[in-house]
Design a protein around this ligand. Structure first.
Ligand code: ADP
Length: 211
């Protein structure tokens, strides 16, 4: 199954992509994770995108598309995948459509207010990428990942300035994809304002049983 998870920052795409990836046995491909990993390892790509990602702006389409194209060519993606955070612009979507046909686009909807609350308390594991929230989804031991014992940190782009910018960027550049995929009859609308479990139930209904 080839899936896109579409929605504003903080909608829960990453959290749900991890759950769906396990259940459906397909890899989660997150462009945000790819960029953060490159920044951490200080690679050429990382140096190029560090400031852009920190501000919450979008990395240029050409660079992002070529990265995804390469990733989708790897063997583990042959049987399907979840694209988490890609495409984010109409040009990215048309480029993707030129080399891959999707089965469904899950559209996460949520209010700005909830998004800001979620992102301003978000914590991420440095080692395995698991996502927590200081209030809504705290780790058992403060600052320590339940899953792997890794150290939790706050993403540098989870500042109020960057969050506000990411929401604006989403509305201007990414939201047009909702109509784009609706017209292609691929869109599955879900409400992601409640718990991850509640959202997972909706996604299962929208997608059907794992094949
Ligand atoms: P969030 O959905 O919480 O904003 P992501 O982890 O998906 O976070 O993305 C973090 C950042 O990585 C974005 O703000 C942007 O700078 C960059 N990025 C991720 N995906 C893309 C993409 N498809 N196109 C351009 N930039 C991207």
């Amino acid at each position: 199954m080839k899936l896109i998870f579409l929605g504003p920052p903080g909608a829960g795409k990453g959290t749900l992509a991890a759950l769906v990836s396990k259940e459906y046995g397909i890899p989660q491909i997150s462009t945000g994770d790819i960029f953060r990993d490159a920044i951490k390892r200080e690679t050429e790509l990382g140096k190029k995108v560090k400031e852009i990602v920190g501000r919450g702006d979008l990395v240029p389409d050409e660079l992002t598309v070529s990265l995804v194209r390469e990733r989708l060519g790897q063997p583990d993606a042959a049987g399907g995948y979840i694209l988490d955070g890609f495409p984010r612009t109409i040009p990215q979507a048309t480029s993707l459509g030129e080399f891959q046909a999707m089965d469904a686009v899950v559209n996460f909807s949520i209010s700005d207010e909830i998004v800001v609350g979620r992102l301003s308390g978000r914590e991420v594991c440095k080692s395995c990428g698991a996502i927590y929230h200081v209030k809504n989804m705290p780790s058992k031991v403060k600052g320590v990942c339940d899953k792997c014992g890794g150290q939790l940190y706050t993403r540098p782009d989870d500042t109020i300035e960057s969050i506000t910018n990411r929401l604006e960027v989403y509305k201007k550049q990414t939201e047009p994809l909702v109509d784009y995929y609706r017209e292609k009859r691929l869109l599955r609308d879900i409400d992601s304002s409640k718990s991850p479990e509640d959202t997972l139930v909706q996604i299962r209904k929208a997608l059907g049983k794992p094949r």
